[in-house]
Design a protein around this ligand. Structure first.
Ligand code: DX5
Ligand code: ZN
Length: 219
């Protein structure tokens, strides 16, 4: 199993000081930053675009940019995000477009690629893509907003994906996003998860070192 990675979500940072919020992640000794890109169509909210990633790079961030595209037409925006400094780009399975071609495009641009499933979408919907991705992201809330409660009913989906991964000797990371804190992360870890997005819980934690230590205690 992959070693656990904690990826704080910049959505819960200070949007007037995003570079400082990214720096907080580096100072906590972490290497991944989760970037939530919302278009007001696939999800009922708006966040930021490629220029924000580019600005974070110019400000000196060396973090691994785990870029979660919540876009109805993600295939139209792969190049700008790759150019802006994304390291991994994840796209949702729900909207209709050529998923396989878009994953291949992400790879061709030198990024890792991921596929995302909403709570209402079964694991079967992405089964045919599992051998083409570096990461599978299982949403543990309905995407759009931070601070929602963890959907425990997503645990069987994680178990199923982990089982397929082992049976087929695949290497993708299994990530969860939404309502993650040290306690819910431990439940997901037991179901095979190795990559944990935490927005509200990370940025609200007064003692970041203690928060990261709690994650690191997971086996
Ligand atoms: C939800 C986003 C998440 C969000 C998680 O739409 O995809 O990445 O930032 O926030 P928390 O950790 O607060 O649930
Ligand atoms: Zn996300």
């Amino acid at each position: 199993m992959h070693a656990p990675i904690l990826a704080p979500s910049l959505l819960a940072g200070d949007h007037a000081r995003l570079a400082d919020s990214a720096q907080t992640v580096t100072e906590a000794g972490l290497t991944w930053l989760h970037l939530d890109i919302m278009d007001g169509h696939l999800v009922p909210n708006l966040t930021f675009g490629p220029e924000t990633l580019a600005a974070l790079r110019r400000a000196g961030s060396k973090l691994f940019f785990d870029t979660h595209l919540m876009l109805a037409e993600p295939h139209r925006y792969i190049e700008p995000f790759a150019k802006a400094g994304a390291n991994l780009i994840s796209i949702h399975i729900e909207p209709a477009y050529d998923h396989a071609a878009t994953l291949a495009r992400i790879r061709a641009l030198g990024c890792q690629c991921g596929i995302v499933v909403n709570p209402g979408t079964p694991a079967d919907a992405i089964e045919h893509l599992l051998d083409q991705v570096d990461l599978v992201l299982v949403m543990t809330v309905q995407p759009g907003f931070g601070g929602q409660p963890f959907r425990r009913d997503m645990l069987p989906k994680l178990t199923q994906l982990d089982e397929w991964r082992r049976e087929r000797r695949l290497k993708f990371r299994l990530e969860v996003d939404g309502g993650i804190d040290p306690a819910t992360a431990a439940e997901c870890r037991a179901a095979g998860t190795d990559t944990f997005v935490a927005g509200t819980s990370f940025y609200k934690a007064a003692d970041k070192a203690a928060f990261v230590a709690a994650f690191n205690r997971m086996k």
